[in-house]
Ligand binder design. Structure first.
Ligand code: THG
Length: 385
């Protein structure tokens, strides 16, 4: 292994930060492929090394919007919940109604504790009445669920299956998937899933993914199968200008895809995170945080898209405080980047209620100095499929 030494210039005292690889840090079964494809930086997500960009952020973004990319989504740790008590246990952690999710469906589910605070925001795949996978954001729901299972006495098994996600994202993702599995893949609806043949067995193909450009996520069972499938998908994409990619900071801010740990944390409720549309609050579906969520139904702060003035902002390594013109606290910016398409800086912020109306003008104290900030009504782009 030959990891590049400098992952960011923000190590302090002019020193680069060095990522010291060890066996504690997970590598996906296609880590070598991602590295060979020219990943320019790495981050750690669920204890796993993930590539951050390949050309420049702007080039990766333009390509994602135009063609199709193959992503290693190995950072999204998969946990399986199985047994007669599986639905009840899972429902204890989320205000989304799992009765509405049938065995051909996926669902984006905010997970909360008994105080209604966000613990994670996974994509759920319902495999059977009594069997689920959740593809987790960066927090340890595996241990939380094991504890909950032990304490609840429910008949349920929590396990860590050898399953890894590969994604095809971009407007030409359907064309690549059709080359591999035939035209029926086009019939998979948004957040639906269907079995596709891979290495002589059926695996789950879902129309999901962390971009607004459309595409699929394939749940590959068996680490040993990943490199082969990776190569096959990449080969099938040759006519469609496929490249290796990863979630793109510009595109996901433009589209309002929130990053757990950045834009929302265990300090926030789903309503504060703007995920109220995924919460059932008019009746108790069995979520442990139900009463707390109802009590906090009207949030005092909420996530907003915001424009930031001036030239390209530096990267947001720590939250940037937002104030009004008199210096009163108004919120914090959690993600920001220059967007070539918007010809401006696009950003996501947690904004206090008094300031969250669209058009409100504030000041963000960015790491390179103060800039003007304007609260927006909507994100910059919508879903393309
Ligand atoms: N892929 C998979 N799991 C994941 C991620 C992923 N888990 C963690 C994180 N990334 C989850 N983040 C999101 C955020 C939003 C959506 C998908 C993953 C999304 N939401 C739609 C919405 O909110 O409108 C649809 C929701 C729905 O219908 O349920 O697409 O990248 N596997």
């Amino acid at each position: 292994m030959n990891i590049s030494t400098s992952i960011t210039s923000e190590g302090g005292a002019g020193q680069p930060l060095i990522l010291n690889p060890s066996n504690r840090i997970r590598r996906s079964p296609v880590f070598d492929k991602v590295q060979a494809a020219g990943a320019k930086a790495w981050s750690i997500y669920n204890g796993t090394m993930i590539g951050q960009w390949f050309g420049t952020l702007a080039d990766d973004c333009a390509h994602l919007k135009r063609a199709v990319q193959l992503w290693d989504v190995g950072g999204e740790r998969i946990v399986e919940i199985k047994g007669p008590g599986a639905q009840r246990l899972l429902q204890m952690t989320t205000p989304r109604d799992l009765w509405k999710v049938n065995t051909t469906r996926c669902a984006y589910i905010p997970m909360v504790d008994s105080k209604g605070r966000l613990l994670n925001d996974p994509v759920l795949v319902r495999l059977a009445d009594d069997r689920f996978w959740i593809a987790l954001a960066d927090s340890d729901m595996y241990l939380f669920l094991k504890g909950l299972a032990a304490g609840s006495g429910l008949d349920v098994e929590i396990s860590d299956p050898d399953v890894w996600i590969l994604a095809l994202q971009g407007p030409l993702a359907d064309d690549v998937a059709e080359r591999v599995w035939g035209p029926s893949v086009r019939d998979i609806p948004f957040f639906g899933h269907a079995p596709v043949p891979v290495e002589g067995r059926d695996m789950v193909l879902a129309r999901t993914g962390w971009s607004l450009q459309g595409g699929f996520e394939l749940y590959v069972e068996g680490s040993e199968n990943l490199p082969l499938i990776w190569d096959r998908l990449f080969a099938a994409g040759q006519d469609f200008d496929i490249r290796v990619g990863c979630p793109n900071l510009i595109e996901r801010i433009e589209g309002g895809l929130l990053s757990y740990g950045n834009d929302m944390t265990e300090k926030h409720t789903p309503m504060e995170a703007g995920l109220g549309r995924h919460c059932v609050l008019d009746r108790d579906v069995g979520c442990l945080g139900y009463e707390a969520l109802v009590a906090q139904r009207e949030p005092a702060r909420q996530v907003r898209p915001v424009d930031i003035s001036g030239g390209p902002v530096p990267s947001v390594a720590k939250l940037w405080e937002i104030t009004d013109q008199d210096g009163n606290f108004a919120g914090r910016v959690s993600s920001a980047v220059w967007s070539p398409d918007q010809q401006g800086n696009v950003a996501i912020a947690m904004v206090e209620r008094a300031y969250w109306d669209a058009g409100t003008k504030l000041i963000v104290h960015a790491s390179d100095g103060p800039r003007d900030l304007t609260v927006r009504a909507r994100y910059w782009i919508g879903r393309h499929s």
